[in-house]
Design a protein around this ligand. Sequence first.
Ligand code: KIV
Ligand code: ZN
Length: 511
Amino acid sequence: MTKNTITIFDTTLRDGEQSPGASMNIEEKIAVALQLERLNVDVIEAGFAASSKGDFESIKEIAKNVRNSSICSLSRCVESDILAAHNALKDAHKKRLHLFLATSPIHMEYKLKKTPTQVLELAQQSIQRAREFFDDIQFSCEDACRSEISFLKEVAHAAIEAGAKTLNMPDTVGYRLPHEIGEIIKELSDFIKDKAVISVHCHNDLGLAVANSIYGVINGARQVECTINGLGERAGNCALEEVVMILKTRKDVFDKYGGLDSKINTREIYKASKLVAEVTGIRPQPNKAIVGKNAFSHESGIHQDGILKHRETYEIMQPSDIGLVNNENLVLGKHSGRAAFRDKITSLGYELDSNTLDNVFERFKILCDSKKVVYDEDILALITESNASVPQVFSLISCQCSSTSNGLNVAALSVARDGEVRSDCAIGNGSVDSILKAIERVCEISGRLLDYKVESVSRGKDAMANVVLKVSFNDSRAVIGHGKDLDTLLATAKAYINALNSYLRMEKFLG
Ligand code: KIV
Ligand code: ZN
């Protein structure tokens, strides 16, 4: 790592998970962490160990599974938080603690009710205590970009003296303009010199998170905190894929600043984006830079003509740079064998172990029986589903329901639990209502449906439906359920049962 390599600190699993409705279960978090490792992310902020038992357990599991990226937990400047992070990260190959404390006048006065002197002392004491367990400590001045620069310098000095190696300067409320962030980082960078790494963590409330991060980097920051698809609190965080592709695509500019670049394997970006969209149920908007559905499609005749004559007329990046491959000429169908299927998976950029390959292949064959053309998107959906699948307590055996323009909707279904098959039926206001009620009867649980989305996985009238729903069972924390099927109502039943399995898994972890 040269002094101009930008450390990519991914916080999809912590700040990203704070997006409304983005909660992930433990299997999903591990799958995301492994994909971040494939991307070659330097630091993965896996959660906030002290915030919940679920976060603690998932950090612990991620620490056991990931070898190449450093695993990090967020922590307040509180002894019990530091200990929780230490316990969660015991098995990590490389670990980091991320301490934070607010430094802006508004946060210190109204939220912390502390004087600047108290904040300074608490920061220093906490870093010193954390040094007993961690070598690599990052300290964040929360709301740094609305703090007094003279106070930021005092805190930075104290934090470095106490042992912090990275100083993060969040624009917590997404308030600053690029040139302002540039001035703050430049002043701090001149003051700190190379005694610590300066980091930027920009929120996107004014749509400037990426631009602000880039200005931070140009002015001396050597770490960028970001998330896949720009997920995060409120309007989100700086999008990893955008900042990384800016560094790559405008190499000519960054070479003038000493060759600023990241170590990210950009060919893993598309898969990371797909996976995060799938497990959170939050898809990037179609015109989202880099990973939006339309980011590489050319609609107008003039553009298409230009692209055909010479790609660069209208394209500044190659789709393959982000791992977007178009190999639809390698068409598979019901007669395709396992070897051809494995080649297809490899050409899509995946390597599956033999059990997962068998499982995905089996489901591919079932799909081929009922669908004329199986597209790459269908296969990708099957892979994602099996990579982040939650252990099944309940599984759907059969489901039958009626749709009527003027009458009662009835659903009857059978579900298996530990080899025992149970069946029941229910009446509802519409097919979805009757199916969910029947599941609740048969599984003896009640849930509140908070969100329901349906979209097609690929193309055509016979495309698979992908249902993503959010439920709170027994009034507990909401969980997300996913279900795919050629039949939308069956996809709905599968998604509800998947959410129920996630809930039971969470309950098991939380004791
Ligand atoms: O936005 C913020 O200030 C944060 C800190 C906890 C780093 O997320
Ligand atoms: Zn944040």
